[in-house]
Design a protein around this ligand. Structure first.
Ligand SMILES: Nc1ncnc2c1ncn2[C@@H]1O[C@H](COP(=O)(O)OP(=O)(O)OP(=O)(O)O)[C@@H](O)[C@H]1O
Ligand SMILES: [Mg+2]
Length: 268
């Protein structure tokens, strides 16, 4: 890991960093893709990435983590391996993209360590706090969506998605109580950091969830509200948003003007 990096500049002098958190099958991957499409349709450069993983070395660690090999070392060791993967992900994917002005949408991030290894794994919160601060090195999300739904609904979705010949991963295979604890943990994180986190009802249909996410991105990260769609936009038309006031508002606004948010203070 390189020596401590210079602090990231505040918004709008870099790309915005958005994370999606929540239990298994909540719709994080689906919504990360949809949000990136919406941004690109408005001529905003955006990438999607994921944790664990998101850079070549971190993807190797992902394989090890999800195989369950690390589980026997205990939740503290697991937290450290997640952190190792996160350091590489930040250094090689997230920070360079943000500095280049690219928006980064990340499917799971540090809140998942707080929930999985902290709330459920029982790792000392003081240790996790120091580990998180050292790992993130100032690269904190500007906005985090907590996709909230009952654990059994998420697990049923994840099971329906899984190919018949494949098995559950190390976390999916935990008991229902584990997933309920996770849900409470994510809600507690969101309640403790309302300036960063937005809880979205993930039981709603995919298009409605995408609309709720987009509304929050516009109100929290764009000074002027929703940025206008670029001409010849290829954004997916799967959204359920009905034509009306909101859509008119989109057309009325000029080119995107990301704002300097209070959340940028968290980047120090
Ligand atoms: N709002 C929704 N309503 C119903 N099904 C959905 C919704 N959003 C996503 N799905 C479906 O549920 C399954 C899980 O979605 P997705 O893979 O996006 O969840 P995830 O949070 O990334 O899950 P994991 O934690 O396992 O990676 C997919 O088959 C997806 O098509
Ligand atoms: Mg996923």
């Amino acid at each position: 890991m390189p020596a401590a990096q210079a602090p990231l500049p505040p918004l709008p002098h870099r790309g915005a960093f958005i994370t999606l958190e929540g239990g298994e099958g909540a719709g994080k991957t689906t919504q990360a893709r949809r949000l990136a499409e919406k941004l690109r349709a408005r001529a905003i450069t955006a990438i999607t990435t994921r944790e664990p993983g998101g850079s070549p070395r971190a993807e190797v660690l992902r394989e090890i983590l999800l195989s369950g090999l690390i589980k026997d070392l205990g939740a503290k060791a697991e937290a450290i391996v997640f952190a190792a993967a996160r350091i590489d992900h930040i250094d090689h994917t997230i920070r360079p993209a943000l500095l280049a002005g690219t928006w980064v949408i990340c499917d799971r991030f540090a809140d998942s360590t707080r929930a999985y290894q902290g709330s459920f794994g029982g790792v000392d919160p003081g240790f996790l706090e120091v580990l998180e601060r050292t790992t993130l090195d100032g690269v904190r999300p500007d906005l985090t969506f907590v996709l909230d739904l009952p654990a059994e609904v998420g697990l049923a979705r994840a099971a329906a998605r899984r190919a018949p010949e494949t098995t559950t991963d190390r976390f999916e295979s935990e008991a229902l109580g584990f997933h309920e604890t996770l849900r409470r943990s994510y809600l507690a994180i969101a309640a403790a950091e309302p300036e960063r986190c937005v809880v979205v009802d993930a039981t709603a249909d995919e298009g409605e969830v995408a609309e709720a996410i987009w509304d929050a991105v516009c109100s929290r990260l764009f000074a002027e509200g929703a940025p206008r769609k670029a001409e010849n936009s290829r954004e997916s038309s799967g959204s359920t948003r009905k034509p009306g006031k909101k859509r008119e508002q989109d057309e009325a606004h000029p080119a995107p003007a990301p704002r300097s948010t209070s959340s940028s203070k968290t980047l120090a």
